[in-house]
Design a protein around this ligand. Structure first.
Ligand SMILES: [Zn+2]
Length: 588
């Protein structure tokens, strides 16, 4: 990954006001000299997410997340540091010079060009479906009519038809001056073995996939007859499209999702379109796979309440089960709806009507009931083996809840359902927790491994508030006097920066530490700095004193250990030497 020059990063941070950037994702309320909001990174009902406009940092007292504007975008948009910087640059209208770009990060220009090409392609497919008089296109229209997709729906979703020709779209795009290479990068054409390209989508109904800003980023294409290969084919990943980052239809429903404060997640294009047309305005499709973390975070911008409505076939059920744990990890409230066997949302509404569909949504199962029932279908809850399996599987989900009360209540429920004493379930949960490696899921708030001592934190807070303290401390202590690795790194960096020039801003220090743990740690210290620092002079001397004392303690212990070792070996000379050193140490 190519580096972006530091002065450019600084310029981008300076032009990206943290209040306006976070304001695009959360509703901010003024609170003294700070702003408060409901935390976008964990589920909460009262705001504990604080933004300090003066220091340009955020910190959540609930989950510990924190950092500067780049750190926020990294978490929110799930980007690495350089991409987050580019993301902000784009929003602030700052061009990063081309030689700063790298091949692995497609330039803004290319992405814009691909969006434009997709726009043209979707218009082309759409026009064909609306106006073309050929038999195959008529057949496509008849097919849609047969599924009660009327003109209004076709327009609303900009559905289209790709003609059954090898170079129809190529011809259109060439005419607009687009090179074949760029068409290829947009995923619209496929290279021929002997050179040249042909249209990827041929003789299929086209479902454009829009991002939440209504830009077509990819296409799904449905075959009319089953004899023509796969029922659905999709765009490959391109510079503007990553699988599992978008939800089909959310561009049309995001406002309603926010207003109604819940979302119905279905699997496929038609599963989303038909209920929507019949009046279910808070629905989106995951497009086949289980929900990804990116999709969950996209949903969470609008609501934390999810109803999963997937097919009742084993694949659909497995997708739900896979999604449940992720949803809990992300602090979402989940319910699950199942329809009658062999019915999808479209066919269900056509057979039983919208009222029946809404009734099903109302009777959505809790996550506990759904998973428990599913497990009882997999294992025999009457056998000892079955009970054990079910208990294990349920606990892997239950322990993910952040609330201890929820965990407790669910374990109680599990005990009741399995007909075993509650203590057994609690014990099993403890065993499972300690014996199993923790699942490798990125924590929203990465914690430092060994908690730094409070006086260490205070001292660093002093350094951050007033660099003169850092300057003074450099002569008295060293980074290795600090307990924890990350904290040592931070102190090291502060030393370095005070050495280079006396004035530096915190945001600059923060951009030297793109890791979540460091960002959160520094932001936490700064957020309540004023409250904790009353008499800086005294505080400084107290803290330095504590560090010296700790250092002495460690040195003494090390010496004692060595003395013991020498005594065990019967090495009298060394013992004498070490004892002398020890006396020396006590005197200081
Ligand atoms: Zn939080």
């Amino acid at each position: 990954m190519g580096l972006i020059a530091e002065d450019i990063i600084r310029g981008i941070i300076d032009r990206s006001d943290i209040i306006s950037v976070i304001g695009r994702y959360a509703a901010l309320k003024k609170y003294g000299s700070n702003f408060k909001a409901l935390c976008p990174f964990h589920h909460e009902k009262t705001p504990s997410f604080v933004i300090n406009p003066d220091k340009q940092i955020f910190h959540c007292f609930g989950c510990g997340a924190g950092g500067n504007v780049v750190g926020f975008i990294m978490r929110q948009e799930r980007l690495e540091f350089p991409q987050a910087v580019r993301f902000l640059a784009e929003q602030a209208g700052i061009d990063i010079p081309e030689d700063q770009q790298t091949s692995s990060s497609p330039s803004k220009q290319l992405r814009e060009e691909i969006c434009k090409i997709n726009e043209w392609a979707s218009q082309f497919f759409h026009e064909i479906l609306l106006t073309n008089r050929e038999e195959t296109v008529k057949a496509a229209r008849d097919y849609l009519k047969g599924r009660s997709v009327d003109l209004e729906i076709v327009r609303k979703f900009r559905l289209g038809y790709a003609p059954d020709e090898w170079e129809a779209l190529i011809g259109v795009l060439k005419h607009k001056g687009i090179s074949l290479e760029v068409m290829h990068q947009a995923g619209l054409v496929i290279p021929r073995e002997k050179g040249g390209y042909y249209d990827r989508f041929r003789g299929r109904i086209i479902f454009p996939i829009f991002d939440i800003n209504n830009r077509p980023v990819a296409f799904g294409a449905r075959a009319l007859s089953t004899s023509e290969g796969a029922k659905y084919i999709n765009s490959p990943e391109t510079p503007v499209y990553t699988k599992g980052r978008h939800l089909f239809g959310l561009n049309l429903t995001k406002t309603s999702v926010g207003e109604l404060d819940h979302i119905v997640i279905v699997e496929g294009y038609m599963d989303m379109i038909m209920p929507f047309v019949h009046g279910v305005k808070n629905i989106a499709a995951s497009l086949g796979t289980a929900l990804t973390v990116d999709q969950i975070r996209l949903i969470r911008r609008y609501s934390s309440n999810v109803i999963m409505l997937f097919d009742t076939d084993p694949a659909g059920q497995a997708a739900i089960i896979r999604s449940l744990d992720l949803l809990i990890d992300e602090g979402m409230n989940v319910k699950v709806v199942t329809l009658v066997q062999d019915q999808d949302p479209d066919s269900f509404i056509r057979s039983f009507g919208l009222d029946a569909f809404n009734e099903r949504l109302k009777r959505a199962q809790t996550l506990f009931d759904y998973k428990f029932n599913w497990l009882c279908g997999q294992f025999d809850p009457k056998s000892i083996d079955g009970k054990t399996k079910i208990c294990q599987e349920m606990l892997t989900t239950i322990v993910r809840f952040k609330s201890e009360v929820t965990k407790f209540e669910l374990m109680r429920l599990l005990a009741k359902q399995l007909n075993v004493p509650e203590e057994i379930i609690t014990k099993q949960a403890q065993n499972q927790n300690s014996s199993k490696p923790k699942p490798v899921i990125k924590q929203t708030a990465a914690k430092v491994s060994e908690a730094p001592k409070s006086y260490e934190e205070l001292l660093i807070t002093l350094f951050l508030e007033d660099h003169n303290w850092a300057q003074k401390a450099r002569e008295l202590i060293s980074p290795i006097d600090f307990t924890e690795g990350l904290v040592r790194d931070i102190v090291q960096k502060i030393w370095q920066m005070t050495q280079e020039n006396l004035e530096w801003e915190t945001s600059r220090l923060l951009s030297q530490f793109p890791q979540e743990a460091a960002q959160s740690f520094i932001a936490k210290l700064l957020t309540d700095a004023n409250a904790r620092i009353k008499e800086p002079q005294r505080l400084f001397h107290d803290c330095i004193g504590r560090i010296h004392k700790e250092r002495l303690k460690i040195q003494k212990k090390e010496l004692m250990d060595k003395i013991k070792e020498a005594e065990n070996c019967g090495d009298a000379v060394t013992v004498e030497e070490l004892r002398a050193k020890f006396q020396e140490l006590i005197k200081t």
